[in-house]
Design a protein around this ligand. Structure first.
Ligand code: SF4
Length: 389
C-alpha cells in the first residue's frame, strides 16, 4: 500500500501536468484533437474512458479521423495473438499520417506493452511511436505526454507492477445512462491458457467507499445501469467487505436501476453472493460463469481449480436460489490433450445445465503461458468439427 502522502503527491503531479498541457494547447490556433482506439475487453474500454477524461481536461477535443488528430492513443489487448498482429498492422498505418504531420504524437498503451518483446519491437521497428506506457501507470499519462510536448524524443514508461490504485481520475464515459465501474484490477488465478496475470499483475481491490462514491455520483447524474468490472469480481475484498457486501451497498444507491458484473470465477462464487444476487432487486439476474470444459481432467490442466461435479452443483444451486436466472458461459474447444471423451464430458454438462447462451472458442496458444508449451496433437479440423461456433 502506498502512503496517503505519496498518493497526494502523485495527484498533485498529475494535476500540474494536466494544467501545463492545457496551457500549451490553449495557445494553439485551433483545439487539438485526439483519435483514440481501443482493443479488447470492457476493462480496456474503462481504461480508455479514463485516458479520454485526462485528454479532455488537458484541452483536447476528439475526432474519428486519424488524419485530423494531433494525438493518437491506441489501448492494446494481449489476450489473443491475432489481436496483437492487428494492433501492429494498424499502428503501421499511422506512419504515413505522421510523415505528413510530424507534430503528431503517437502513443501506445495497455496489456501488450507489459510484454518486453513487444516494447523492444516498438523501440526497434516503430520509431515513429512517441509514447509507450503499460497497465500499471495509466494515471501517469499526462506526465509522459508533457515530457513529449516539451521536446523529449521518445517517452517509454512500463512498470512491472504497482500497488497503487489511482482514484479520482477524470473520466469521459461513452454513455450517460450506462457506466462501467472497475472494482478490482489484476488476477491471481493463473489459468494455464491466460496471459492476464502477467500483463495486469496480481489482484488489487478498490476501497469500497471509493466505488460507492463513484456510483452515487453516476446515479445522481442520470446513469441507470452499472457494470462492475474485474477479472474475478467474486474475489473482491476490502477489509471485511466482500463482493456480496458491495452488491448490497450498490443496490441501495438512488437512481441505479440495473447492476451487472463481469467476470465471475466459479471457484469463488460463494453462497453469500448467490443470496445477495437473489435478494437485491436491482441486481440483474444474469450470471456469466465461464465453464471452459466439462472434463475434470482438462479443467485440471487449465488450472481452473474446480471439477465438472463442483460446477454442476454450483449451477444447480444458482438455478434453485435465483428463480429465472439467465446463465451464460464460455467454452474452450480443443485445449491441448482434449480427447473425444473429454469433449463428450463437455457436451454432457452443457446438456445438463442448458445454459441460456454459450460463447465457444477454439483453443489458440498464447505465447508466455504454460498451455502454449503443452503438447497439442489434435488437428485443427477436428477442433473445428467439435466447435459448435
Ligand atoms: S481467472 Fe483465469 S482466465 Fe480469468 S483473467 Fe484470471 S487467469 Fe485469466
Amino acid at each position: 500500500m502506498i502512503s496517503a502522502e505519496e498518493k497526494s503527491r502523485k495527484a498533485a503531479t498529475l494535476s500540474a501536468a494536466i494544467d501545463e498541457i492545457k496551457k500549451i494547447n490553449g495557445s494553439a490556433s485551433a483545439m487539438p484533437l485526439a483519435y483514440c482506439v481501443v482493443y479488447g475487453c470492457q476493462q480496456n474500454e474503462a481504461d480508455m474512458e479514463r485516458i479520454r477524461g485526462m485528454l479532455k481536461c488537458s484541452g483536447y477535443g476528439f475526432t474519428e479521423t486519424p488524419e485530423n488528430a494531433s494525438i493518437i492513443v491506441v489501448n492494446t489487448c494481449a489476450v489473443r495473438e491475432g489481436a496483437e498482429m492487428r494492433v501492429f498492422g494498424n499502428v503501421g498505418a499511422f506512419k504515413k499520417i505522421k510523415e505528413k504531420n510530424p507534430n503528431l504524437v503517437i502513443c501506445i498503451c495497455g496489456c501488450m506493452m507489459q510484454e518486453e518483446k513487444v516494447v523492444d519491437k516498438i523501440k526497434r521497428s516503430f520509431y515513429y511511436v512517441d509514447i509507450v506506457f503499460g497497465t500499471h501507470n495509466i494515471e501517469n499519462f499526462p506526465v509522459l505526454l508533457l515530457k513529449k510536448l516539451r521536446g523529449q524524443k521518445r517517452v517509454f514508461e512500463v512498470l512491472k507492477g504497482s500497488e497503487n490504485i489511482a482514484e479520482g481520475l477524470p473520466v469521459l464515459r461513452s454513455s450517460k445512462s450506462s457506466a462501467k465501474v472497475t472494482i478490482m484490477y489484476g488476477c491471481n488465478n493463473f489459468c494455464s491458457y491466460c496471459i492476464v496475470p502477467y500483463t495486469r499483475g496480481r489482484e488489487r481491490s478498490r476501497e469500497m467507499s471509493e466505488i460507492l462514491k463513484e456510483i452515487r455520483e453516476l446515479g445522481s447524474s442520470g446513469c441507470v445501469e452499472i457494470t462492475l468490472l474485474g477479472q474475478n469480481v467474486n474475489s473482491y475484498k476490502d477489509g471485511d467487505n466482500n463482493f456480496a457486501a458491495l452488491l448490497r451497498e450498490v443496490n441501495k444507491i438512488h437512481g441505479i436501476e440495473r447492476i451487472r458484473f463481469i467476470s465471475s470465477h466459479p471457484k469463488d462464487f460463494s453462497d453469500e453472493t448467490i443470496q445477495a444476487i437473489a435478494s437485491c432487486e436491482h441486481v440483474c439476474k444474469h450470471i456469466h460463469l465461464a465453464l471452459q470444459s466439462g472434463s475434470s481432467r482438462i479443467l485440471k490442466l487449465m488450472n481452473r481449480k474446480y471439477t465438472k461435479e463442483s460446477f454442476l452443483k454450483l449451477a444447480d444451486k444458482i438455478k434453485s436460489e435465483i428463480p429465472g436466472v439467465c446463465l451464460t458461459t464460455d467454452i474452450i474447444v480443443g485445449f491441448p490433450g482434449e480427447t473425444e471423451e473429454d469433449f463428450a464430458e463437455t457436451l454432457d454438462i452443457l446438456e445438463k445445465i442448458r445454459f441460456d447462451g454459450i460463447f465457444s472458442f477454439i483453443f489458440s496458444p498464447r505465447e508466455g503461458t504454460p498451455a502454449a508449451k503443452m503438447e497439442d496433437l489434435t488437428p485443427h479440423e477436428e477442433k473445428q468439427a467439435r466447435s459448435p461456433a
